[in-house]
Ligand binder design. Structure first.
Ligand code: ARG
Length: 580
């Protein structure tokens, strides 16, 4: 149990002894001049015991004043109690955390979660729009695990549908003699070398997609090929598998660079094994309706204020929609993993899609009624023009190019003493990822934000590089320590006290972040703790301090802050380089 919860429990006991039975909550005060914490429960108790809240607050104050762990107890307004922790008590609390900061974290009752994030599409370059899903999804996965959930992260590859048909059609146009297209070929397709790299694929898809918009015949051919693929036709299906393996390798590299990794690499196509069963279920539940040759599911409710179009289950041309791949995926996940919750960390612009899918899943009873389905939507990263960030010529910015762009900025700001070119590049990339991720996490997840590379890469603002730089400096201070240290003896002055209170508040921040499924509070917290620490660092000369007890206290405090920074940066999926 976190220390704050323990203190809560103890105060609850103390006031129980004076006759009030109510679980109280110690809230960090927003009026630090009045006290570090505040207890507002006298109002609730007043109702419960039909007594003036001020009198109750008086009783509580008297009881708490007898306990040397608390100080400066005063009552404000009708019965708000302000209270501070004594310095000795704060020291005791910090020392209990110093060995292992995770003892100050509250675990949740266990739950099994499938987290659908990443969402890369095969044969298409990962672009700016995929960044936030990867960043936020990965961080939520790590946070939920830290707090005790079992989480399976699934990349949910987009490997199904017309884009793949288009890519294969264009390959066929360019290399008509490939054995994949030769129906008389009886050999092993694994022996064929495909003259196509991932870079080619990234060029082929936009080309084919543009062409299909102008050329009706081309589009029709692509549809036919898509149909062949979906029916696992020999040759086409083998080429599809080959393309997936080329593309997946590249996708993995980008995710690796982002420090993002998945437990499952299921694709939309894997869920299609459940399609027949899904179809039987929706037919049996009688929710499939014929509409102009298409099959739809009505998901409207009487209470809807906004329009709610039906879910398109099978299109009029017989092909299967994105919605249906998601329904089949829910069935697959339920059968294979029986999760308590499924979270979808996907662009907020897909909100309607998920609402339709979730409603249809409930109508078809694909999951038990208690299973939670949640779309964790997020805003876009925009350019200065307020539109999703693009390249200079207005085309989609690939994730690789974006990382390169930020790396050029962080490179310029590295310590000139780092001379090994390869090492310097590596560090610049690590810092660039930190810059991007931190900027991504700072606003509440659903908010859009503007890409400003100089601001993100700055060593001195509220930025990833500032946090890394400061954390590295803490580490270097600890490495230089010439005395053993394991204990805080005293807290000296206001800054240290504020650091102590901020440390105690960590579990509250973690809980709230998981509750709202956003990383903004953790990001702000990291900045606050780090800035406070840097203030302390500027105020004191730790390494040359002659008073051994003071020096030991300072080193131990540094160690706790360093450990928390490392823990939280790791939750955010941000790596700390050794130097920068
Ligand atoms: N591949 C999709 C896209 O790029 C995202 C997939 C999100 N996950 C899902 N289960 N639909 O838009």
């Amino acid at each position: 149990m976190s220390l704050l919860k323990e203190i809560n429990a103890e105060i609850t006991n103390i006031i129980k002894e004076v006759g009030y039975d109510e679980e109280i909550t110690l809230l960090p005060s927003n009026r630090k001049d009045l006290g570090d914490y505040q207890i507002n429960d006298a109002m609730t108790l007043a109702k419960k015991y039909h007594k003036n809240p001020h009198l109750i607050a008086e009783d509580i104050k008297k009881a708490l004043e007898e306990d040397s762990r608390f100080k400066n107890i005063n009552i404000a307004g009708p019965g708000f109690i302000n209270i501070s922790l004594s310095d000795d008590y704060l020291v005791t609390l910090l020392n209990s955390i110093s060995k292992d900061i995770t003892i100050n974290i509250d675990k949740k009752p266990p739950k099994k979660i499938i987290l659908d994030y990443g969402g890369a599409n095969v044969a298409k370059a990962l672009h700016v729009g995929h960044l936030r899903s990867a960043d936020i999804g990965e961080a939520l996965k790590r946070l939920a695990r830290l707090l005790g959930y079992e989480v399976l992260g699934d990349a949910h590859l987009g490997d199904y549908g017309r884009p793949l048909g288009l890519v294969i059609l264009e390959i066929k146009k360019r290399y008509p003699n490939l054995a994949y297209f030769d129906s008389s070929y009886t050999g092993d397709y694994h022996e064929i070398t495909l003259p196509i790299t991932n870079a080619d694929l990234e060029e082929i898809y936009p080309f084919a997609s543009a062409k299909s918009k102008e050329d009706e015949n081309y589009l029709e051919e692509a549809r036919e090929i898509t149909y062949k693929l979906q029916n696992h036709e020999r040759g086409y299906y083998d080429l599809w598998q080959k393309i997936i393996s080329i593309s997946k390798k590249d996708i993995k590299e980008v995710y690796d660079a982002l420090n993002v990794d998945f437990d499952l690499w299921q694709g939309e196509s894997d869920a299609m094994e459940y399609y027949e069963e899904l179809k039987n279920i929706v037919e049996k539940e009688n929710i499939l309706v014929n509409s102009n040759n298409a099959q739809i599911i009505e998901v409207k409710k009487d209470t809807d204020k906004a329009p709610m179009p039906p879910l398109l289950f099978i299109k009029s041309n017989g092909s299967i929609s994105y919605e249906t791949t998601d329904l089949a995926t829910i069935l697959q996940r339920e059968k294979k993993y029986h999760p308590d919750e499924i979270w979808y960390c996907v662009d907020g612009r897909q909100e309607l899609h998920f609402e339709q899918v979730f409603r249809a899943a409930r109508l078809a009873k694909l999951i038990p009624p208690t299973t939670i389905l949640e779309h964790i939507g997020f805003g876009t990263m925009n350019g200065k023009d307020g539109k999703p960030f693009k390249t200079r010529d207005g085309s989609v910015m690939t994730l690789k190019n974006l990382i390169k762009l930020v790396t050029e900025e962080t490179y310029k700001r590295l310590n000139p003493d780092i001379t090994d070119e390869e090492e310097k590049q590596q560090i610049a990339t690590t810092v660039a990822i930190a810059a991007l991720k931190y900027a991504d996490f700072l606003p509440f997840r659903a908010t859009d934000f503007v890409f400003e590379v100089e601001k993100f890469a700055d060593l001195e603002g509220k930025t990833g590089p500032y946090l890394l730089y400061s954390t590295i400096r803490m580490k270097s201070l600890l490495n230089k320590a010439d005395i053993p240290f394991s204990k805080i003896h005293t807290l000296n002055g206001q800054t240290e006290k504020e650091i102590a209170l901020t440390i105690l508040n960590l579990p509250t921040i973690l809980d709230k972040s998981l509750e709202i499924k956003s990383l903004n509070d953790i990001s702000e917290y990291l900045y606050k703790l780090t800035s406070l620490y840097n203030k302390f660092y500027a105020e004191n000369k730790v390494l040359t301090e002659e008073n051994i007890h003071l020096k030991e206290s300072w080193l131990t405090l540094t160690k706790i802050v360093y450990d928390i920074n490392n823990l939280l940066l790791d939750i955010l999926g941000i790596k700390v380089p050794k130097k920068m």
